[in-house]
Ligand binder design. Structure first.
Ligand SMILES: [Zn+2]
Length: 250
């Protein structure tokens, strides 16, 4: 590692507790260099390319790629990569919903709240369906799954003219049914197609809950500089995320 790179250690939102392999709670990550910037600029729009970049900056030896870590851990590490490289100062542009005045705020990325894994959220990973009484376990979403969903939806659309993001997502989300792994896609599809919508809905809601149960908070409380009303805005990654200019001293 070059003498000029900076590294910091951060606690993963999952605490490493959701994996089948031994992922440590604390992960050391170093700042980017020009090789990673070239990778970032040349990324092909897949999660895989971003994960390759991120993996290269992780100093801790991890048994899996960030590609197969949950999206909550990925997003967290992505933010920390920005912080360790450029610091936490970040400008947010938003329009006040009360008076429509454009506002710009400076936030500190390190102050976005982090919610850590709690064993209580296992109830969203392993549960009984209300109608069929089948017990299902679901996979937490990973960048790998997001790429797979996009590829499969596109392939289906090219082949049949239509495709369902919902069905593809559920096929990837289902892990076991009554303790048995359904490896075969058509077996999984048959299982889903035989379920009452009330059962399907519980799976959809569970996926949403588990995927958002821990991780980086994206809501930002802001006060309009014109009308002084407070409102909530969502964090969005803009140009300043990896090409900050605001806090450069001249
Ligand atoms: Zn306002």
């Amino acid at each position: 590692m070059s003498n000029f790179l900076i590294s910091e250690t951060y606690k993963l939102p999952s605490l490493g507790k959701i994996y089948n392999v031994d992922v440590p709670e604390d992960v050391e990550i170093r700042s980017m260099n020009i090789d990673e910037e070239i990778m970032r600029l040349g990324n092909n729009g897949t999660w895989k390319s971003l994960c390759n970049l991120l993996d290269g900056c992780i100093v801790t030896r991890l048994p899996i790629s960030t590609y197969d870590m949950c999206t909550a851990d990925f997003t967290f590490l992505w933010h920390r990569l920005r912080v360790v490289t450029y610091g936490g100062a970040y400008p947010i542009d938003c329009v006040c919903p009360y008076c429509n005045t454009p506002n710009q705020f400076n936030i500190d990325l390190m102050k976005l709240p982090v919610v850590y894994y709690d064993a209580d959220c296992e109830k969203y990973r392993n549960f009984e369906l209300p109608i069929s009484k089948k017990r299902v376990t679901i996979n937490i979403q990973t960048p790998h799954m997001l790429d797979a969903i996009e590829t499969r939806v596109r392939q289906q659309r090219e082949k049949t003219g239509n495709s369902s993001n919902l069905l593809v997502s559920l096929l990837l989300a289902i892990d076991t049914v009554d303790g048995k792994k359904l490896e075969n896609q058509s077996e999984k599809e048959l299982f889903l197609r035989n379920l009452d919508m009330k059962d399907i809905n519980k799976i959809i809601v569970a996926c949403d809950k588990i995927n958002n149960a821990f991780g980086l908070g994206v809501k930002i409380e802001a006060e309009c500089e014109n009308c002084k009303q407070t409102f909530t805005t969502m964090f969005q990654q803009g140009k300043e995320f990896f090409r900050p200019e605001n806090d450069i001293e001249w």
